[in-house]
Design a protein. Structure first.
Lengths: 108, 782
């Protein structure tokens, strides 16, 4: 789960103005008629951290489980492609092919 | 064989064939081998299944190698034999979907193990295109792209290597354009055996990082391949292999350690945030956290404790920890105390305590308002909580305080307006409604309310004989109702003009029509007449009126129900008096055949709300006569007989209600079921209030300290006594108590109290409030 700050792409110490600006920009990028779900997510994020009081409330009482997928995705972003050795490629392919062959139900 | 005992059948058939080689026995043996092969394959004994099938094939030389047999060979790892079959040296293989997949598999496996090609004729596609596929892969690995592409061109689109060709092409493209390469991977057909790997690669090699890395299942070889294609560093490769350690299936400690162990790659601040969030469900990690990221402030530790308790739904403990967190904030030097944070914490405590300990919620909110007096919602909460606790005085104080702070707030003004009306402070209510309309001119409920407030005040002045003030109020009401829609206003104007019979009659006739005529109009006229202190006969002959023979329609009855709802909060006696002249008409109306069960429900409900129990009893009786299997008439009959007071219900009524509740649930009549459940709840509450054991238990602990060793021994011994012996002890103190069926624990308590008679406890007087011939069972006696 992304935090409202991440959804609106603002710093955690952003003020009311910065949050409103970011919200309006996001709404422009994702208008409700184009992507209803994204718009709803943006709207909810804005309503959660719109004011100083709400931001304090969020920081004090919100319990969010860390999004490990997002964390790992960030850490595992690819670099330049390295060519695998032929044996590695053939080995990985043979392993996958064999597993899929034996996984499929045998039918007459 | 009929009993599927094929193993035995094979033995018998072999014995028979030793005596004589009859063709039908050979056919039967072949069939037994085939069926037995299927049986052992079901147990995962692939090798045995394949041998049994081969025995079958020996007896049926024309039989083709079935997909089943090929599958068993594959499962048994007998690829050389499979290769022989596909090369055509064994029995002719079938051309089923599995055989086709097998050719593709053998082609790929032969890239790893060339021995599988032995036996394939040179012109067989598996042998013919093998060298091109192998060359393409080697050239790709060695960065000889032109050579790889040239070799790929030699593989035709019907070759068993066609998916390998697409795969290598996509990998070549990835080097120049990752996204285009991944898109090419997706072109591999879904029924190809290479599709699985292509899918995994396309998910793992995305520009923005792998898709759901935590849940990814890859073999070590596939991990290494992905690592290469993504250009991972050694640390990244290790992390990608350990991604599973971040899954929910791992213990919180494992996840915590995995995050801490990869701080460098995951980023210091992201790691700290993740670990802090994890501490809510894994408080044991505090030490590890502090070791890694430095000490947590006392406030933060208390906050985490509180959140931990909340996550376990232990709200009282959570509230305690929040209070400690609040105290920590207060201890901080001036300027760092976070007054707003303190107020927010107090409000949070109020939220946690609201349901179970409203007193604590009120205290916390009061404290929070001192710290943050601009929080409007806290005033509203305080008003509601005080009202719920039946503290109208405190509620009023908070209402006034809120209005002082937010004089133009619609919610507070509305609350104040209703409160003033409830206290029959019509002038105040009118003034509040006026303010509300200034703030929110299109607030139609406020407009209606103001009109009602003026009418209410007019009635009050009329009963006090202040006719000049009545006119003032009516004029103000009229100003709010320029289209003369209000029938009540019209009636009141008519009643105030009785001296001028023509004018009065005109107004009362107009009001009659505005009210829709019939029962509702008559009832309203009666109510308004009584409310200004006039007798009902005062309007005799001035308004149309209803003859006693009037046959009321269904619509009239329903309109009367609405009108009853409008006047429901009025004095019950006045309501009864206004309804009295209509009783004969109503009695007839109840037998109107047009009335449905729903209509009876509506009317009965309005009578119940208006506290008109006699009429409700008649209406419910008629409803039950018409709809004998319905639940709601029973409820309303019982409600009428106990006059809405649950504890006045007889046992007979309770039993009937029980039955009605069952009926309502069966008929999915949720509305009636809820009403019955509410009445039962009230009964339970009333019983608890009247007969709480706690009422006579205080002091018991003190008594315990006075127990002599002898008394203590006797009390301890009670636990060893039988039910009958316990009954005897209690009955010696209070003869005749209906204790049959009382749970042992309850009986033990009574026996303990009976024995404590020596300390001055008189069980009989304790139970003095209870009649000995209790009209209910032991369950209620508890």
């Amino acid at each position: 789960m992304q935090t409202p700050f991440e959804i609106l792409e603002v710093a955690e110490d952003a003020d009311d103005d910065a949050i409103k600006k970011a919200y309006l920009k996001k709404v422009k990028d994702y208008p409700p008629e184009r992507d209803k779900e994204a718009f709803q997510r943006i709207r909810t994020a804005f309503e959660t951290i719109q004011t100083d009081k709400q931001r304090r409330q969020y920081r004090l009482f919100h319990v969010g489980q860390p999004n490990f997928d997002a964390l790992l995705r960030q850490a595992l972003k690819p670099g330049a492609v390295q060519r695998p050795e032929a044996d590695l490629l053939v080995g990985a392919l043979a392993e996958s092919v064999l597993a899929d062959l034996l996984k499929a139900p045998v039918s007459s | 064989m009929e009993q599927r005992r094929h193993k035995e059948a094979i033995i018998f058939l072999k014995d028979l064939l030793k005596q004589e080689r009859r063709p039908e026995w050979e056919r039967a043996l072949a069939e037994a081998y085939r069926l037995r092969a299927g049986q052992v394959a079901e147990k995962g004994m692939w090798q045995e299944a394949a041998i049994l099938w081969e025995n079958h094939a020996k007896l049926c030389p024309t039989a083709e190698a079935s997909d089943e047999y090929l599958g068993w060979l594959a499962q048994a790892g007998q690829f050389p034999k499979l290769a022989q079959l596909l090369a055509g040296s064994g029995p002719v293989p079938g051309d089923g979907p599995f055989a086709r997949r097998l050719r593709e598999a053998l082609a790929v496996l032969a890239l790893q193990n060339e021995k599988l090609l032995v036996g394939f004729p040179q012109d067989h596609p598996i042998a013919k295109h093998h060298a091109f596929a192998k060359q393409a892969i080697r050239a790709y690995s060695a960065d000889r792209d032109a050579e790889a592409e040239e070799a790929l061109k030699q593989i035709p689109s019907r070759s068993p290597y066609r998916s390998v060709r697409t795969l290598v092409k996509a990998l070549l493209l990835m080097g120049q354009d990752r996204a285009a390469g991944l898109a090419s991977l997706e072109r591999i057909e879904a029924d190809s055996l290479c599709h699985g790997l292509a899918l995994r690669l396309s998910r793992q090699c995305q520009d923005g990082g792998p898709d759901s890395p935590v849940g990814t299942e890859l073999s070590p070889k596939q991990h290494t391949l992905v690592g290469k294609l993504n250009g991972y560093s050694k640390a990244q490769l290790i992390l990608s292999k350990e991604a599973k350690k971040f899954s929910k299936d791992c213990s919180p400690r494992q996840v915590f350690n995995a995050v801490l162990g990869n701080r460098e790659l995951l980023g210091e601040s992201a790691c700290r945030r993740a670990c802090l969030a994890m501490l809510v469900s894994f408080p044991e990690g505090v030490d590890l956290f502090q070791k890694a990221f430095g000490k947590l402030s006392p406030f933060e530790r208390k906050r985490l404790h509180a959140l931990h308790e909340e996550s376990r739904k232990y709200y009282p403990q959570a509230a305690l920890h929040w209070r400690e967190a609040f105290d920590e904030l207060k201890k901080r030097p001036e300027g760092e105390r976070g007054t707003l944070d303190q107020a927010l914490i107090l409000r949070h405590i109020a939220d946690l305590a609201r349901m179970d300990v409203p007193d604590i919620a009120i205290d916390a909110l009061e404290e929070s308002v001192k710290l943050d007096p601009d929080d409007r919602a806290s005033y509203v909460d305080l008003i509601k909580l005080c009202n719920n606790l039946d503290s109208p005085k405190e509620a009023q104080e908070w209402l006034e305080a809120g209005l002082r702070r937010f004089p133009k707030d619609v919610e507070l003004l509305t609350l104040a307006m209703h409160e003033a009306n409830r206290r029959k402070a019509y002038k105040k209510a009118a003034s509040l409604a006026k303010t509300l309309l200034e703030v929110d001119p299109i607030n139609s409920p406020a407009r209606q309310f103001l009109l009602e407030a003026h009418l209410g005040h007019a009635r009050k002045q009329a009963s006090a004989g202040k006719s000049h003030l009545v006119q003032q109020e009516l004029e103000q009401a009229r100003a709010l109702d320029p289209r003369r829609k209000s029938a009540a206003l019209c009636v009141l104007e008519g009643l105030m003009a009785l001296k001028d019979t023509d004018k009065a009659s005109a107004l009362l006739v107009e009001a009659w029509h505005k009210a829709g005529g019939g029962l509702a109009a008559q009832f309203q006229l009666n109510m308004e007449t009584l409310s200004v202190g006039l007798p009902l006969k005062a309007t005799g002959g001035l308004a149309p009126g209803l003859a006693k023979t009037h046959a009321a329609t269904k619509d009239e009855l329903l309109a009367l129900a609405v009108s009853l709802g409008h006047y429901a909060s009025e004095d019950k006696k006045r309501l009864a008096e206004a309804l009295k002249p209509l009783q004969t008409i109503l009695a007839k109306a109840f037998s109107n055949k047009e009335l449905l069960e729903e209509d009876f429900f509506t009317f009965c409900h309005s009578l119940a709300n208006a506290g008109q129990f006699d009429l409700l009893g008649h209406c419910a009786k008629e409803a039950l006569r018409r709809f004998p299997s319905a639940a709601s008439p029973i409820y309303f009959q019982v409600y009428a007989s106990c006059k809405g007071v649950a504890k006045r219900m007889s046992q007979w009524d309770e039993d009937r209600l029980d039955m009605a509740l069952e009926r309502a649930r069966e008929a999915n009549d949720r509305r009636t079921a809820v009403l019955i459940e509410q009445l039962f709840r009230k009964l339970d509450e009333a019983f608890e209030e009247d007969y709480q054991l706690d009422d006579f238990m205080p002091g018991l602990e003190e008594m315990h300290s006075k127990l002599t060793p002898e008394l203590e021994r006797r009390i301890m011994k009670l636990e060893t006594l039988s039910q009958a012996e316990l009954l005897k002890i209690v009955h010696e103190s209070v003869p005749g108590l209906p204790l049959k069926g009382l749970p042992r624990e309850e009986l033990l308590n009574l026996a303990r109290l009976a024995i404590m008679g020596e300390l001055g406890i008189d069980l009989k007087s304790l139970l003095g409030g209870l009649p000995l011939d209790l009209p209910f069972g032991p369950q209620k006696f508890r």
